[in-house]
Write a protein that binds this ligand. Sequence first.
Ligand code: PGA
Length: 247
Amino acid sequence: MTRRRPLLVGNWKMHGIGADLGQVAAIADTAARHPGVEVALCLPSTLIDRAARLRPDLAIGAQDCHAAPAGAFTGGISAAMVADAGASLVIVGHSERRSQGDDAAMVRDKLMSAQAAGLDVILCVGETANDHAAGRGAHAVAAEMVASLPPSCARERLIVAYEPRWAIGTGRTPTAAEVKAVVRRLRETLADSGHGSAAPRILYGGSVSPDNTARLLEAAPDGLLVGAASLAPAEFDRIITIAAAAG
Ligand code: PGA
């Protein structure tokens, strides 16, 4: 299999206002200097339009979307709305959304809505600290992925992000061997579950930093989902540079 360009996705979570658009431009500049990697930035919905206009050369994503295409859902933002604002991708099933009530059925519906709106989808899955400690991590992650995937899904527009819940924002990361084992398990599960031949990228996310980028990318060569470190331009710059050098 030919090696794909690693994809590095920043997830700004609930951070960023107009005054931070300079950081978006800095990240786009870094990405432009390193054509050997792909870079995308998942921003708060309020910044998508401005960021996409400022730097059409950078892939901009949303961090969530509503499952319904439209309706009486005060505060909701549909997939078509984020696409209209200039996003080309969206995260669904992030553990911070799952912990606020997004169950597998809802994640499935969001994924379908997002693909129907023409967006690429990053589906996040990850095991709890208990499952990890009990050695059930790979099994739990694969089961969560299967439960979150609709029966018909455009594989070529699907990206799976393995994000151990206990690693997000904690500074703790799994070993390279653990990441490799889960990535392999997810790849096998996707191959077994049919629906087309496209093999979705499988990213790793959770406390990615410049110090562990090379190790984690070796274990998850398709790419990384980066939270806190993507908010610090110098750190994300280093992550992109290290990933480009490793390619
Ligand atoms: P983190 O977040 O890099 O800050 O751990 C990753 C994520 O939540 O996607």
